[in-house]
Design a protein around this ligand. Sequence first.
Ligand SMILES: NC(=O)C1=CN([C@@H]2O[C@H](COP(=O)(O)OP(=O)(O)OC[C@H]3O[C@@H](n4cnc5c(N)ncnc54)[C@H](OP(=O)(O)O)[C@@H]3O)[C@@H](O)[C@H]2O)C=CC1
Ligand SMILES: CC(=O)N[C@@H](CCC(=O)OP(=O)(O)O)C(=O)O
Length: 363
Amino acid sequence: RREGGKAYVRCGSRASSENTVRVGVLGASGYTGSEVLRLLANHPQFGVALLTADRKAGQPIASVFPHLATQKLPDLIAVKDADFSYVDAVFCCLPHGTTQEIIRGLPNHLKIVDLSADFRLRDISEYEEWYGQPHRAPELQKEAIYGLTEILREEIRNARLVANPGCYPTSIQIPLVPLIKAKLIDIKNIIIDAKSGVSGAGRSVKENLLYTEVAEGINSYGVTRHRHVPETEQGLSDAAHSKVTISFTPHLMPMIRGMQSTIYVEMAPGVSTEDLYQQLKRSYENEEFAVLLGNGVVPRTHSVRGTNYCLINVFPDRIPGRAIIISVIDNLVKGASGQALQNLNLMMGFPENLGLHYQSLFP
Ligand SMILES: NC(=O)C1=CN([C@@H]2O[C@H](COP(=O)(O)OP(=O)(O)OC[C@H]3O[C@@H](n4cnc5c(N)ncnc54)[C@H](OP(=O)(O)O)[C@@H]3O)[C@@H](O)[C@H]2O)C=CC1
Ligand SMILES: CC(=O)N[C@@H](CCC(=O)OP(=O)(O)O)C(=O)O
């Protein structure tokens, strides 16, 4: 189909409609960009209008990602060559730093979901401290809404620019925000042991991501200092109306996708594990993608592969007064592209679950 002289391609196989939302994917040759395209293949309202890349600009997407050869998609072009006048919304799947420069140059009519960290931290000086670079679009930071859908749904609906959360902060905040709001846990005594699949680090070549260094081993990284700490503390502190501090250690696991956060908490005096469970049950009983397992079932990354679910459960610790919470997501879906699509659905006035009806690929 052509409009304004440009080809755009509707995803999926359903009949086209004049109301199709024309979506651009900036950074389509990366992991989160290609994951957006996988999800859009089943979206009834969004059509892909534009794909960009940097080094791979000029190539057909199928030569970068053969699994996308089954979809009719535009070729990858450089951002500078893109005509945004025929695009309604963009997923910005670009590296931190680069993103600010590119987003500040985009026209105002676009709805933007930014998957990078560039607009997640409200405090610009905190961004500059943790990301080690000046912020080049502080004026846009003021209008950005943090895209943790289950917590900030109403704000997201009216947003033009959504800062999609990081994968670790998503897996941590979904279980902890309701518990903190209800004052059920000690906000100075939260310990998080988190693990990620290697796709969490993106597709660009890095020595520590070679198969030889990732397979058959576990690598802790960012020990005592990881940039997801301020992001997570910002969200948890909002819930507490007071400064929350966390101990957080991420690990790189020899798996492609998936993320688990095992969270150790001290309960407030008189609070039981059952109270934590009941609070999460009340908070998420009407949520499609935040699911409390119950019955002592242990959440597994295998259960969320390719899905937008966050599976959670709560367990009593052997130490009285303490509890263990386990939360799993797919880092590329609820931790990135799936939550981004959930947010754009809301921003465009659609049900938030459109195009997100996936069960896990198991085994
Ligand atoms: N991977 C994950 O699980 C998650 C990632 N994120 C965030 O999402 C964003 C994208 O991540 P991911 O997809 O993993 O990254 P990748 O490294 O896989 O992809 C990056 C994309 O950006 C393009 N790009 C790189 N530099 C430039 C530039 N200077 N100008 C224009 N385009 C450029 C690349 O093009 P080319 O290939 O042609 O070089 C590629 O398409 C990052 O900010 C990341 O932190 C957020 C949550 C989870
Ligand atoms: C395994 C791995 O390296 N993971 C990345 C986190 C990916 C993510 O959520 O996000 P943002 O980069 O968008 O913040 C890391 O620890 O930096």
